[in-house]
Design a binder for this molecule. Sequence first.
Ligand code: SAM
Length: 387
Amino acid sequence: MLRSPAAALLRRLAPRITGCSGEAGSSTRRTLPPYISSSSFLARFSSTPTSSPPPSSVGARDDEAEDDKLPGSSGDSGARLSISVDRAGLYSPPEHSHEPSSDSDLVKHLKSIINFRSGPISIAEYMEEVLTNPQSGYYMNRDVFGESGDFITSPEVSQMFGELIGVWAMCLWEQMGQPEKVNLIELGPGRGTLLADLLRGSAKFVNFTKALNINLVECSPTLQKVQYNTLKCEDESVGDEKRTVSKLCGAPVYWHASLEQVPSGFPTIIVAHEFFDALPIHQFQKGSRGWCEKMVDLAGDSSFRFVLSPQPTASLIFLSKRCQWASPEELEKVEQIEVCPKAMEISEQIADRISSDGGGALIIDYGKNGIVSDSLQVCILKLFRYT
Ligand SMILES: C[S@@+](CC[C@H](N)C(=O)[O-])C[C@H]1O[C@@H](n2cnc3c(N)ncnc32)[C@H](O)[C@@H]1O
């Protein structure tokens, strides 16, 4: 993409991340959580001869080594089992400072996650917080599109874009035998411009528009309101129930936080434009230890920096899935691979829905056909006024 949402990070939010300078744990500020190494674990679970009396357990802190008598042991001599619990990795209080900070709420939040974990987070987690954190996520409480926003998308450039997609949708509906009810689903509709142009363009084909149940999958409450206005929605009472209807075509409109929530059982037409490129990605880098996940950590000066995971992460499973679709020659050439598990999951949901309900999907995004190494971009634009 320009992960156009990276435009996300564009102007306001983008916490800066410096390049991947090394493996996690090489930070000057602090070391990574003490991962359990078998030697340190065994050293604390050992049978030791002792001649001195065991310390009283009364009043002893449970994080101190305790030498309790074993049932059946004679007490003050002979081999005894010493057990203690290494709690160092269980809680690591976040660093606390009274210094005034210029960090935004989102940056503070990201730093607190990394501090609380005592270790780095995946790029996917970082990206998800930056884009869709309910309080300060990029999309969540502002309209970022168009000339007055941060970036522009095809539907915002020309109405022809949505109208042409409308022609495709009507052809598909015809091919399906003009079903009386059809779920028209748009994933990540932004301002709702594409759909509004689609509905205006197809308004004369009344049998088509009468069949529509419009379902919008949108995570942002602010953009949901913008979509409501763009589609000229009104709330209506039908008996005891309320429903929202688009006055552009008279079709009912529903909003959902995910595709899974859209009711199934009808033939389905799915449209997604620049939606998949807004989903969080993981990145993996080839190294002497094999593929390691690239993570986001804090450097000594508290800025964000990339590090490599010190040990395999759970998301490696998605890397191996991705690699199944690549040729050995292609894999040989790349040093870094980007994987989007959420995109894999949603694609599977789309395929399942279409195979059970019938229909089709039109997914439009812009990028390379093949392994993507690094599409994540963070730009900060500073505007200067020349006088
Ligand atoms: C790059 S914009 C594209 C907008 C629109 N399709 C267009 O072309 O103008 C991505 C859209 O997906 C929405 N979105 C991003 N992540 C989402 C998620 N996980 N679930 C639902 N919607 C999401 C954003 O709020 C936004 O509406």
